[in-house]
Ligand binder design. Structure first.
Ligand SMILES: Nc1ncnc2c1ncn2[C@@H]1O[C@H](COP(=O)(O)OP(=O)(O)OP(=O)(O)O)[C@@H](O)[C@H]1O
Ligand SMILES: [Mg+2]
Length: 145
């Protein structure tokens, strides 16, 4: 059905909906070994703690990086169940910008992502990252809800 897509990017923030998005994209990839699947996680540096020393700030970033790397490894294991070409990557910066840029640079033809992510605020249908990517991506975006 969707096999005319050949390079799929999943935007992953470890939220339940991003897990659902990853599952969906993996199911699409199962339909055709030629489909390439890239899972992109963007880390944003945590807000600096007031009066923190340089050492404190570095320690936060390191623990953040460790956690993110553990998640990345988990996903890479999961992706290994597919015969397709797959990759899980960790990027740093503004999530919306980095996702749109990655999709463009890698000539992806579909993005799969959740309508909402880790934020607890649920009054809007789309979170800010999904809203940004839908508006700016050069290719179709599948929003999972
Ligand atoms: N840092 C990120 N890296 C990769 N994908 C992300 C990231 N943040 C969000 N996403 C993707 O975007 C989807 C929607 O999340 P989004 O952040 O837009 O909503 P939210 O967390 O509910 O609200 P907001 O972050 O705007 O307060 C997620 O399900 C995930 O697919
Ligand atoms: Mg979010």
């Amino acid at each position: 059905m969707l096999t005319n897509y050949s390079r799929i990017v999943v935007a992953y923030d470890h939220s339940d909906l991003s897990k659902k998005a990853l599952k969906m994209a993996m199911n699409m990839a199962k339909e055709d070994q030629q489909i390439q699947l890239f899972v992109v996680m963007v880390m944003q540096p945590e807000k600096p703690i007031p009066y923190a020393s340089g050492y404190g700030v570095v320690a936060i970033l390191e623990s953040q990086l460790e956690k993110a790397n553990a998640v990345r490894n988990e996903i890479e294991q999961e992706l290994k169940s597919l015969p397709n070409k797959t990759k899980a990557l960790l990027l740093q910066g503004n999530p919306g910008l980095m996702i749109v840029d990655y999709v463009k640079q890698n000539d992806a033809d579909l993005v799969v992502m959740g309508s909402r992510g880790l934020s607890g605020l649920k009054e809007l249908f789309l979170g800010s990252v999904s809203h940004y990517v839908v508006q700016k991506a050069h290719c179709p975006v599948l929003i999972v809800k």
